[in-house]
Design a protein around this ligand. Structure first.
Ligand code: AMP
Length: 120
C-alpha cells in the first residue's frame, strides 16, 4: 500500500500539528505519545516516508536503519530507563494494531510491564 502523506505523523514532521518533542535530528523525530500507556511513552519515527516497519525494513538504507535504532537506544539511555528496563513496540497493519500509518517505535518505561502483550 502506498504511503499517505496526510497521516498525522507526517503532519507532525511538517510542523502542521504540534507535538511534545523529545529529540530531533535530520532523519529522526521523537515525541511524547498523546495517550501514554506508561509513565514514559515516547514515539520514535524516521522522517522518511515509511508506512510501517515492513517498508522501513525493506526500503531504508542500512545507514538510515542503523542511525534510527541507535537513536532509539540513546533515547532509552538519556531518558534513564536503560538500567530499570523498557519495552519497544512496533505495530504493523490491522491485526498488529497499527493506527497511524507512518513507521514508529513505541518506547515505554518507568513502570513494570506485563508478561504478555498488554502494558497494564
Ligand atoms: P499505533 O497504534 O501503534 O499505530 O500507535 C499510534 C500511537 O500514536 C498511539 O499510541 C497514539 O496514542 C499516538 N498518537 C496519535 N496521535 C498522536 C499525536 N497527535 N501526538 C502524539 N501521539 C499520537
Amino acid at each position: 500500500m502506498a504511503y499517505d502523506s496526510n497521516n498525522i505523523f507526517a503532519k507532525i514532521i511538517r510542523g502542521e500539528i504540534p507535538c511534545k518533542k523529545v529529540y530531533e535530528d535530520a532523519e529522526v523525530l521523537a515525541f511524547e505519545d498523546i495517550s501514554p500507556a506508561a509513565p514514559l511513552h515516547v514515539l520514535v519515527i524516521p522522517k522518511g516516508e515509511y508506512r510501517s516497519f515492513d517498508s522501513f525494513a525493506r526500503k531504508a538504507s542500512p545507514e538510515e536503519m542503523v542511525h534510527f535504532f541507535r537513536v532509539v537506544q540513546k533515547l532509552a539511555e538519556e531518558l534513564d530507563v536503560k538500567e530499570s528496563g523498557y519495552r519497544l513496540i512496533t505495530n504493523h497493519g490491522a491485526e498488529g494494531g497499527q493506527t497511524v500509518d507512518h513507521f514508529h517505535i513505541h518506547l515505554l518505561g518507568k513502570k513494570p510491564m506485563s508478561k504478555l502483550l498488554a502494558t497494564e
